[in-house]
Design a protein. Structure first.
Length: 419
């Protein structure tokens, strides 16, 4: 069986999940290949796809139009106008268009099954499904497949001075744009019969099943998987020495690709919760791009970006607890990674976090979204940290999220579609 995995990039949370599936398929003897348009890693059976060559006339015309737009001599497209007026702290908004034609790729033509993943900018929805003749599995890493373009339909855009949610008001243009592209996608999906969707979390599965855009479509639930040899329990003293973290304090770990640059990650709530904590025996250890200096307290240690998975497992092992303040999320890889390393997790009662974190078993779930609620759960952990057994947390994570379990679930799905 030949499987083609399609993903825009090999960097990011969705890319990590996609490539781990690819690794699991290869380990289980499946002929899996991945095509990308942004390739940074040298991984087996992954290939960069180049755009089709366009003739000199089209190339000059495209550059001329861009130049005219920059000097306001040509009316900007509705898409450009819309994106420019959106808040930069909102998650990505993607239109369902692309200059790439996946069906012309040789790996597509050889494949028995096509598994789409995070494909914004790579997949032209109308063109692909108009030409496709193969069974398609679409693994949804966020909500973009069935929204008007938003990757998450964010309702909270920050925390007020009291640490409570600030709710979002959609603009008229946002409502119009979302409605237009929802209808556009609905018309396309209504004509597609050989599509099965996969949601890594029960929350995303439920959202997809209740979406009119995907009315009547099959949506399976298959959780992400991890390599248990990489994400393992490391010696805490060694881990802290390696990362230059204090041995005599409680370490709270926070991880995000880019620290405090989007509302959805809930960074505002974490900052306010940490300020409410007022505990000198606790340090916050932050992993991610340093967009803004974390100078709200002296008890912050910034590790910067960690791309190496083994080193990331050291960071989880060095921490006493991992805090994820996301306000909306699918099945965050970071939570899986932390649990596989035996480190308990604290989070809000949202999305796939509820699939993974069981209150008082492998962490704590706040009773609501607020800085004070998050602070209370951190305090509860500090008072009861000895109740959590790393080996037990890891064992339960392996039983659910081992990479081979994920791979086998996908193999069974692929076979059912081919039969």
């Amino acid at each position: 069986m030949k499987v083609l995995i399609v993903n825009t990039s090999d960097i990011g949370g969705a890319a990590n999940a996609c490539l781990r599936l690819h690794e699991g398929l290869l380990n289980n003897g499946i002929d899996s290949k991945v095509i990308l348009i942004k390739k940074h890693k040298n991984l087996p059976q992954t290939f960069k796809v180049l755009p089709e060559k366009i003739n000199i006339y089209k190339r000059v015309k495209k550059k001329l139009f861009k130049l005219l737009e920059n000097y306001n001599l040509k009316k900007k497209s509705n898409e450009v106008v819309f994106l420019k007026q959106r808040s930069s702290r909102l998650e990505l908004f993607s239109f369902p268009f692309s200059e790439f034609d996946i069906t012309k790729n040789k790996w597509y033509q050889e494949a028995d099954v096509v598994n789409l993943h995070w494909v914004s900018g790579f997949l032209d929805l109308k063109s692909f499904f108009g030409k496709n003749t193969k069974p398609v599995v679409w693994t949804m890493h966020d909500m973009n497949t069935f929204t008007g373009g938003e990757h998450y339909t964010e309702t909270i855009i920050g925390a007020n001075n009291n640490g409570n949610p600030i709710y979002r008001d959609y603009t008229e243009l946002e409502n119009q744009t979302n409605a237009y592209y929802k209808n556009y996608k609905t018309r396309i999906f209504n004509s597609v019969n050989n599509l099965t969707l996969v949601a890594p979390s029960k929350w995303l599965q439920n959202e997809a099943l209740n979406s009119p855009v995907l009315h009547g479509k099959t949506v399976k639930h298959i959780a992400y998987g991890l390599n248990k040899e990489i994400f393992n329990i490391r010696d805490k003293v060694y881990s802290r020495n390696l990362l230059k973290l204090p041995q005599d304090k409680k370490v709270i770990l926070f991880v995000a690709e880019s620290l405090n640059n989007t509302n959805r990650k809930g960074f505002d709530f974490l900052v306010k919760a940490f300020n409410l904590l007022k505990n000198e025996n606790v340090v916050l250890c932050a992993v991610g791009h340093k967009k803004v200096k974390l100078n709200f307290t002296n008890n912050v240690i910034e590790l910067g970006v960690i791309n190496d998975e083994l080193l990331m497992s050291v960071a989880y092992s060095a921490a006493d607890v991992f805090v994820i303040p996301s306000l909306m999320d699918n099945l965050p890889n970071t939570v899986l990674e932390s649990l596989m390393c035996g480190t308990p997790v604290i989070g809000f009662p949202v999305g796939g976090i509820l699939d993974m974190v069981k209150d008082e078993e492998n962490g704590y779930i706040a009773n609501q979204i607020s800085a004070n609620a998050l602070k209370c759960e951190i305090e509860k952990f500090l008072d009861n940290s000895n109740r959590f057994m790393a080996n037990e947390i890891r064992k339960n994570a392996i039983d659910k999220y081992d990479i081979n379990i994920q791979a086998q679930n996908y193999i069974n799905l692929y076979k059912s579609l081919l039969n």
